[in-house]
Design a binder for this molecule. Structure first.
Ligand code: SAM
Length: 256
């Protein structure tokens, strides 16, 4: 009977839950969740009264990685009790989210079946809300602190999506975190590639159909003065495309 199913609850409160994710929650012996929105937690509890939230593992001053480690151990402890465990995480459970992947990996190492179901990520919602198609210029996604620290190489003529822009350099969970220093660092790096007038968008998907998403356009030079929160994602539109490589173009034509 022991099995782990990791599901995503997406962003639209309840509406993003797939039928398969819902069935997994209903069938489970134990449901563990990290979904943020109390309304979603309440809904999960109606589907399955065993629901317990993993929120308590976060704390100010405690390293986020330590909190994630404890969450994974908690999930594993339930699986080892010979239970069908469903772990519900907001968004896509495997996108910019460590505990789901790690719990699946460790559960399989113990010879117990484990799988992950896809959910709607913030990027899925921004494609819809901002009318963007990654096919147009390609799409690069980076975690903002990692983007800065590792000097990630990116193509400014391709769409750039930066995650966790409101928590650059934050290692714990600090609800009073001041995002300005990190935003200034990021602006410096981006201005060098795009120029200060380049208009970017701070995006926050809405949990409810009746509330619009936050779509705040801002020139890069003013990024540090803009409010960035733990749920902000930054969308940097591409510079004009480079001309085609003529040699490649010629070879493609001969190939057709
Ligand atoms: N697993 C999530 C997903 O699939 O979208 C991502 C979780 S990641 C730990 C947290 C980051 O996701 C935030 O810093 C932000 O970049 C993005 N995010 C979270 N909530 C968001 C929202 N409502 N709108 C836009 N981006 C959001």
């Amino acid at each position: 009977r022991a099995e782990l199913i990791v599901v995503g609850t997406g962003y639209r409160a309840i509406g993003d839950l797939t039928l398969e994710a819902k069935a997994s929650i209903v069938q489970a012996d134990t449901v563990l969740c990290l979904v943020g929105d109390p309304m979603v937690t309440g809904y999960l509890a109606r589907l399955n009264p065993s629901v317990r939230t993993l929120d308590g593992f976060y704390a100010k001053g405690k390293r986020r990685q330590e909190s994630y480690e404890e969450m994974v151990r908690e999930i594993l402890a339930e699986v080892r009790r010979d239970r069908l465990v469903c772990c519900a995480l907001y968004g896509h459970p495997g996108v910019f989210a460590y505990p789901g992947h790690e719990a699946v990996r460790r559960t399989r190492l113990e010879g117990i079946p484990a799988r992950m179901l896809a959910g709607s990520s913030a990027e899925d919602w921004l494609f819809a809300d901002l009318g963007l198609d990654p096919a147009t210029s390609g799409c690069q996604s980076f975690e903002a602190s990692d983007f800065l620290l590792r000097r990630r190489i990116f193509d400014p003529t391709s769409l750039l999506v930066l995650w966790q822009v409101g928590v650059i350099g934050m290692t714990d969970r600090d609800l009073d975190f001041d995002a300005r220093d990190g935003a200034a660092l990021l602006a410096e790096r981006l201005v060098a590639a795009y120029g200060g007038d380049h208009e970017v968008t701070v995006y926050e998907a809405s949990p409810y159909p009746v509330t619009p998403p936050r779509i705040s356009p801002v020139p890069l030079a003013k990024l540090a003065d803009t409010q960035l929160t733990a749920i902000s994602t930054l969308v940097v539109p591409p510079l004009p495309a480079r001309p085609f490589d003529r040699e490649v173009l010629a070879r493609m034509r001969t190939a057709v």
